[in-house]
Design a protein around this ligand. Structure first.
Ligand code: G3P
Ligand code: CA
Ligand code: CA
Length: 296
């Protein structure tokens, strides 16, 4: 690894990828780059961090800021469930681990499909839109794009209305057990455009019993379920029912129904058996994929 002594020396040889690795940490988002891949960015407070830039989707400029990875579907709010609770499933933890709203970072970019990942861009970048990829677990970075089971993004520039990124959005819509009720207190559902996959097929990767509870073509934030557990993101759908734990992921540290069975990164996606795609259970393919979150 080579480090430049001064960031002013950076604008050379942009098309030489070896040089690219060491050259470009003066920028704070991927907007200025040209090629898909691995880059260094610099946060407003001067933290240099590694990430992946997607420079081909809809004109590019997408910065990977986080991944949500289920390391053990049988561990219910145990180690590795950073986007819910690693401290057990209990009303003692109504906010869970709080990683949707804090500035704690974890993981590394090349490991983003093998563990949870969160970099300073998550809270630092003032974004307009969100892009989401579902990539099978453990796929290598160079194959993420082509191996994704689905890729979509918003294009309505919705983030500025909600604090400019997910960190801001979850300040507006706190993830708290008993912080609201389904469906009146659910957060926004934003229309999406698919680059890979399509809205109807994607919705049908969740359990068949959920089909009557979702509407395809959206990404939704902070929903409650019947028991008032809060979930962070419903990928690909708007919730029109309240068994949201079989569709949405991330959230609080307490899921009362069948406790602790619904607690963990991807909640109750295995309610009717792991990967069975029967009744309330999602397909094995989506269950064993990591969600990559990008900002632009
Ligand atoms: O979320 C589904 C649950 O509320 C009912 O499940 O298996 O008793 O039909 P089940
Ligand atoms: Ca788990
Ligand atoms: Ca339920």
């Amino acid at each position: 690894m080579h480090w430049l002594e001064q960031e002013d020396n950076v604008e050379f040889n942009l098309f030489n990828r070896t040089t690219l690795f060491v050259c470009c940490f003066k920028y704070s988002t991927c907007l200025q780059y040209f090629l898909n891949g691995h880059y260094y960015l610099k946060s407003k407070t001067g933290i240099i961090y590694e990430t992946y830039c997607d420079m081909t989707t809809d004109g590019g400029g997408w910065t990977l800021v986080a991944s949500v990875h289920e390391n053990n579907m049988h561990g219910k709010c145990t180690v590795g469930d950073r986007w819910t609770s690693q401290q057990g499933c209990s009303s003692v933890f109504p906010d869970g681990d709080g990683n949707w709203v804090n500035k704690v970072t974890f993981g590394n970019v090349e490991g983003a499909t093998g563990d949870d990942y969160k970099n300073p861009g998550y809270y630092d970048i003032q974004a307009q839109d969100l892009s989401v990829w579902h990539v099978p677990n453990l796929v290598l970075m160079e194959n993420w794009k082509k191996s994704a089971i689905a890729r979509y993004h918003t294009n309505s520039k919705f983030f500025p209305r909600y604090g400019g990124n997910l960190h801001g959005l979850f300040q507006h819509f706190p993830l708290k057990y008993k912080g609201g009720v389904c469906k009146t207190d659910n957060g926004p559902s934003i229309p999406i455009v698919f680059e890979k996959g399509d809205a109807k097929n994607f919705k049908e990767m969740y359990g068949p019993e959920t089909y009557g509870e979702t509407e395809p073509g959206y990404v939704t934030f902070r929903v409650f379920n019947f028991e008032q557990a809060a979930l962070a993101i419903c990928s690909g759908v708007k919730m029109i029912g309240c068994n949201s734990e079989h569709v949405c992921f991330g959230g609080t540290g307490f899921f009362p129904e069948g406790s602790p069975k619904q607690c963990g990164e991807i909640a109750g996606w295995d309610w009717s058996g792991y990967g069975t795609h029967d009744r309330w259970s999602a397909t094995k393919t989506i269950t064993e994929s990591t969600v990559l979150l990008f900002y632009r």
